[in-house]
Design a protein around this ligand. Structure first.
Ligand code: FAD
Length: 363
């Protein structure tokens, strides 16, 4: 393990994919890390996600968010290898490629434009005019639950102390800034830095919104419902996407169909209307799935921000950093977020992190 001259102590709040990736990346830089998870690692949004690594399939324009997503896809593939080597956890990658179907004429024009600018930038993408669909060659998927488990195992294997079942109840502060956290069991943990990775709950952790100069609802939940179907393996060879719906195949024949985008607070119910919408989208994209058995349904809360972009970086209060607000892209961006937080904590100013600078939303 490479160690830096300035080893610091860091408390990571939240043990979803983002918190575990941050903990694992900080250990590589030699920092002493304690991760505090209120329940179980990877049990919230990180458990619910479909696992699409799709920086190309959704963006209408080029820009810093695309750069971050492309770096995220590359980092995820490297981390999947690192997790296998360092922990033995094998994470299933989906067949490469994302098939995106146009839903109407406007959608077809937008999709064709997307393929055009991406090819001009040197990215691999094909426009199939007859079928009115695009194929993004390098977008892919990952088995989310295995990846969340692998990230937690990596953080532990690299020497992070991982506490579960201990919600953080507040921040310890002194005149110089944030100096640690208080825990629900009455303990205090002192540290040079606190990185808040509490997903949709990030600005509900007492003291965080104030110390970060953010409005209380700067990070808020957006519910997504999923229906899992089971069919013969290979029925859907690659992920199919369109009209904000998708069908993501796993190797064993499961098909993850999603999803809704609902602002209903911290309510994780699966609803009749949500299931109907998800299945209608799935059947439109791949009519054959209408015959398949429903295996499971679930819902998760995506961490959203006021401008739809993540919060990655230092806040106005020394010692307090944020890594949250990844909305629909937390799986894609977990590994790169870990790498960027490591760089930021060591005083570097990575260009890729600028799009996530919390200062843009600070009051
Ligand atoms: C239906 C659905 C589909 C999705 N599909 C994709 C996809 O295909 N691709 C993609 O890239 N992204 C996808 N996402 C988004 C992705 O799941 C999230 O962006 C990502 O999981 C966020 O990770 P996180 O670690 O920030 O949050 P979470 O996984 O929610 O973790 C936050 C953790 O913080 C803990 N916590 C909260 N409060 C406290 C406290 N006070 N003290 C200690 N711990 C606390 C919670 O218990 C939780 O474990 C999807 C999300 C949903 C819901």
């Amino acid at each position: 393990m490479t160690t830096t001259a300035q080893q610091r102590s860091v408390v990571v709040v939240g043990g979803g994919m983002i918190g575990c990736a941050v903990a694992a990346a900080l250990r590589v830089r030699g920092h002493e890390v304690t991760l505090c998870e209120g329940a179980t690692t990877g049990g919230e949004a990180s458990f619910a996600a479909a696992g699409i690594l799709g920086p190309q399939l959704e963006h209408d324009e080029d820009g810093p968010a695309v750069d971050l997503g492309l770096a995220g896809r590359a980092a995820t593939l490297a981390w999947v290898r690192a997790i296998r080597e360092e922990t033995g956890v094998d994470i299933e990658l989906g067949a490469p490629g994302a098939l995106v179907k146009a839903m109407d004429d406007d959608d077809a024009r937008a999709l064709e434009r997307r393929v055009t600018w991406q090819r001009a930038r040197g990215l691999r993408a094909e426009w199939r005019a007859d079928a009115r669909e695009a194929f993004f060659v390098d977008d892919t998927t990952v088995d989310t639950r295995a990846y969340a488990h692998g990230l937690a195992a990596l953080a532990r294997r690299r020497g992070a102390r991982v506490l579960t079942g201990v919600p953080v109840t507040g921040l310890l502060r002194d005149a110089d800034g944030v100096r640690g956290v208080t825990l629900a069991d009455g303990d205090e943990l002192r540290a040079d830095h606190v990185v808040v990775c509490a997903g949709a709950w990030s600005t509900t952790v007492p003291g965080v919104a104030e110390a970060a100069s953010l409005p209380k609802g700067a990070v808020f939940p957006v519910r997504g419902q999923i229906v899992e179907l089971v069919g013969p393996p290979g029925l859907v060879p690659t992920m199919v996407y369109g009209g904000k719906g998708y069908v993501v195949p796993r190797r064993d024949g499961r098909l993850i169909c999603g999803s809704t985008m609902e602002k209903v607070g911290f309510d994780k119910s699966v609803t009749a209307g949500g299931v109907k919408m998800v299945l209608e989208k799935a059947i439109t994209l791949v009519p054959a799935v209408a015959e398949l058995r429903v295996n499971a349904t679930w819902a998760g809360l995506r961490p959203a921000t006021l401008d739809g972009l993540p919060l990655i970086g230092a806040t106005r209060t020394p010692g307090l950093l944020l890594a949250t607000g990844h909305l629909r892209n937390g799986v894609l961006l977990a590994a790169i977020t870990g790498e960027l937080m490591g760089a930021i904590l060591d005083g570097e100013r990575p260009e890729l992190a600028r799009v996530g600078d919390p200062a843009r939303l600070a009051r």
